[in-house]
Write a protein that binds this ligand. Sequence first.
Ligand SMILES: *Cc1c(COP(=O)(O)O)cnc(C)c1O
Length: 528
Amino acid sequence: MLQLPDYTNTFLDTRGAVSGLSFSEVILEGIAPGGGLFVPSEIPHLEADALAALTTLPYPQLAAWVYGLFGVDLPQAQVAELMQRAYGDAFDDAAIAPLHTVAPKTHVLELWHGPTSAFKDMALQCLPLFFSAAIERWREETDYLILVATSGDTGKAALEGFADRPHVNIIVFYPDGGVSDIQRLQMVSQRGANVGVFGLRGSFDDCQTAVKQVFANTAFNARLADQYGLKLSSANSINWGRLLPQIVYYFSAYLQLVSTGEIAAGESIDVCVPTGNFGNILAAWYARAVGVPIERLLCASNDNRVLADFINSGTYDISERDFVLTPSPSMDILVSSNLERQLFELCQRDATRIRAWMNDLREQRHFRVDRQTFAALRECFAADWVGADESLQTIREVFERYGYLLDPHSAVGWKVAERLRCANPVVVVSTAHWAKFAADVYRALNGIAAGAALPKDIAALGGLGITTHLAENYPQAGPVPSGLANLAHAPERFNEVVEGSADAVQRSIKEWLARGGCIAQGARPVTQ
Ligand SMILES: *Cc1c(COP(=O)(O)O)cnc(C)c1O
């Protein structure tokens, strides 16, 4: 057994409001007062031979080792035990994040072997366990109620991760009609005594706005605390507890390349990440900063290409940008929240500059970084974007050429890697299983343009039906993951659709609590 480092790290935030918090405190806090994001005060550094010694570790032990390296303030034995639970039977591949060599020097890192078939599981199978452990560590008087507004993937992954966790309850709100058939079925069939799911009439933006207003409503928050001993939390992708588990799979990817002899220990690789909120690629940057030999980080955008344009110009500008719906909906994002952490790391951690840029973004809808920060960015990042039709063509090309079926998000990554790669081996990060986006994969394989109508008989099959149809007709694409296949028989537990307003969200929460939706292990309704 390797000796785990035995120090604990502290955290500060990107806007200079607080410092000195521990890991278990920042995962409960989520975001700093003033809106800053937490980062570790010390970025650990790995000696070259330390990495080589990790090659034989199973994934859960590697994850525990990385947590130790980053100075998590929980006993090492507890961290190890939680990792065994997080990265065990819920994944359908023992490697957890297996690397699949598709073409010469081109390796696909499959991050969708978890229960919901999208990469959010990599963090959301882990964070909830640590969230409960943190509550126990500080033995707070309150339990938590996690509220999530989701456009699809996050909602299900969060439900699956938090289901039946002690001291935590979770309610997810999704835009009715704004998620795919499969995504809706995944959510409304969620098991667990501490979960709730509501459809909201309106768009994802309406949904997010309503939930944000509930977070900001102090009277409502006070009532929840008084009557139920509950505190609201969001556990969204800016929580450091979601970022840290993502750093682990970049260690794992590198070590897999070494152990299969694809590269020699110490040899450099590039990684290409299909990007939305900048969380996944930021995790790769941290792995690089720690000492994993990643030379270049290739940022792949879809038609909502604000990030690719930023990396190529130094100006982040959403003033005249229209939000576009694409076949890769989880990357349809204009305000990329984790970029703030990246800028903080690249500008010598100067909170004053971060505050100024974030202010410009809010007030003028754009900001421009200084010359040194831009140079630091260009030193490790390159970026490009891929349009909707080209992403579908890429799915077809890769399938015809290599017999490997990509989902539309991963196809964006593949194409950008193809354009920007140099001599280094490249790891293309695959963020979803194709079966989750079957309608667009059908379009891709049949040369139908993005957004165009499907043949009537295919459309009539519905999301799951199209998935099954593809699996039967293209056996090379592999079987449908059991979590998705089982949806055909899953009873729908949640069928309520309410108005897309803060009032309706609050009413839904109250009714859900009154029905006893909340297990709140301490069995508090305080007023009873
Ligand atoms: C969330 C998500 C992304 C984007 O990841 P970020 O960390 O937000 O950049 C890409 N692909 C899929 C399938 C996702 O669910």
